[in-house]
Design a protein around this ligand. Sequence first.
Ligand SMILES: O=C(O)CCC(=O)C(=O)O
Ligand SMILES: [Fe+2]
Length: 183
Amino acid sequence: MLSVHAVPGAFSVGECNEIIAAISRAPTDEAMLVGRNTDHNMRIAELVWIDEVDGMGWVMDRLIELVRQANRDHFEFDLTAFEESPQVAIYKATDAGHFVWHSDIGGGPKSGKRKLTLVLQLSPPEDYEGGTLEVMPGAQVLQASRAQGCVSVFPSFTLHQVTPVRSGVRHSLTVWAHGPAFR
Ligand SMILES: O=C(O)CCC(=O)C(=O)O
Ligand SMILES: [Fe+2]
């Protein structure tokens, strides 16, 4: 099983900028962790749920196709639904935005059924320093591509983190595919 599947150019630069512009007009919520824990030591980011932003249907359509292809070609998990809205996270250097090591599988009725995680790099790499998505599928830590429009797909149980943003602002989009428990 491939641990992290990358799709460079899954979204064009123009499309990423369009998503950032659309969500910047929407109100943000402070990031909450799996289990609705607001421990600031774990994650500092602002969140916008794509389902609540007008004109973003095409984004969900593209994400579904990307997950479907990645699953068919690389993971072959039993996936049944997308039960949660994709979310855009905004990590700001002024807040030392980050997300410590975690798995995405939580204890809730939806977060407990997460099986694949897809992360889209929305910001161009020159917009920020730090803010690297690191994934640890085994003994080694892999750094996800920072290229704008690149998508990384990995099993939701895989440990991953976002290192503190040291300058600028990083936007990313995360969506999960759900299904019955691993067995
Ligand atoms: O922003 C990222 O690159 C990852 C976000 C993440 O890990 C999550 O939303 O669970
Ligand atoms: Fe995560």
